[in-house]
Design a protein around this ligand. Structure first.
Ligand code: SF4
Length: 304
């Protein structure tokens, strides 16, 4: 792709910004943590929950969670068992414990209000660059580039005409995100949300819906004929069947559903998975992560 001249580039960016803002206005999904309907804490919870889970799947979990624990102080007081149970099948349950650690810090150090400062946000347990910038932008309306997989994919396609390569965000991707971020603060928030939403529902990894895309006329990737579509992963996606993740999920699922004190006997545990070497390794790792409690005789339960 030949380099676009400066004024062409500015024109392209303006067009993309205007079209995406209009598209966002008409098409944004009505998720309960959007449009100022929740607190900054609610936004943070939604971001942590949707890190490895689709936003549409997160909605019922988020809603029940916020009903049970509307703020950080409430979550800080919950038992570990309640937290793991409420996390349900969102996956990667260590995130739930980190979120509770985060709640304790917010409750104790910040008077139950999450800090409105990027660096202080970044300092919270379980909060990385993505979550800190998403909360800064979406909850506090700050002008800060947000960089997640969807945003990287869309920006790379539209402005560079190629796939984002996956893995950690590169310097060039960060520079591009900062470079195309609208100068106006309110517009920057809409920009972050709309680019991310486009990546989630239209410009998806494998089957982008270019025919119904609001920026198809400006998209360098479409113009170039979608070169190497979907070739972005540096490593193949790990299959789920038979993995430790699956086994850990099965064990936690049994403990969540256990009645009568929540204790599951060793005999029942052994029936959950035939490969007992793998099963025991997974039980040990769940214990190390603080997600389960091991009782005498090999019985298990969620931590009290
Ligand atoms: S035209 Fe296609 S590739 Fe370009 S942004 Fe839209 S959906 Fe993505």
């Amino acid at each position: 792709m030949g380099e676009l001249q400066n004024d062409e580039m500015v024109g392209q960016r303006n067009q993309v910004r205007l079209k995406l803002a209009a598209w966002w206005e008409a098409n944004a999904r009505d998720l309960p943590w959007r449009f100022g309907r929740t607190t900054p804490w609610g936004v943070l919870v939604s971001e942590v929950m949707s890190q490895q889970t689709q936003m549409s799947r997160v909605v019922p979990y988020w809603t029940a969670w916020m009903e049970a624990w509307p703020d950080a102080a409430a979550l800080a007081k919950a038992s570990t068992a309640e937290v793991i149970t409420a996390w349900g099948r969102l996956g990667y349950p260590r995130r739930a414990l980190r979120l509770q650690e985060c709640a304790r810090v917010v409750a104790e150090r910040y008077g139950n209000q999450i800090p409105d400062d990027y660096d202080q946000l970044l300092d919270l347990p379980g909060v990385g660059d993505y979550t800190a910038s998403a909360v800064s932008s979406f909850a506090f309306g700050r002008r800060v580039p947000v960089i997640d997989t969807n945003i990287r994919r869309v920006l790379s396609r539209v402005f560079l005409g190629k796939e984002s390569r996956g893995g950690a965000a590169t310097r060039a991707e960060r520079d591009l995100a900062a470079d195309v971020l609208p100068f106006d603060t309110a517009e920057s928030v809409t920009w972050n949300q709309s680019v991310m939403e486009l990546g989630a529902v239209v410009c998806t990894a494998k089957k982008p819906l270019c025919e119904s895309c609001p920026v198809s006329e400006e998209c360098a990737f479409l113009k170039a004929g979608l070169p190497g579509l979907g070739e972005k992963r540096t490593r193949p996606r790990q299959r789920f069947q038979g993995t430790d993740r699956q086994v850990r999920g099965i064990v936690l699922g049994a403990l969540r559903e256990a009645t009568g004190g929540g204790v599951v006997s060793r005999e029942r545990i052994e029936r959950l998975w035939t490969d007992h070497v793998q099963l025991d390794a997974c039980i040990a790792s769940l214990d190390e992560d603080g997600l389960i409690e091991m009782l005498p005789g090999g019985a298990l339960r969620l931590p009290r």
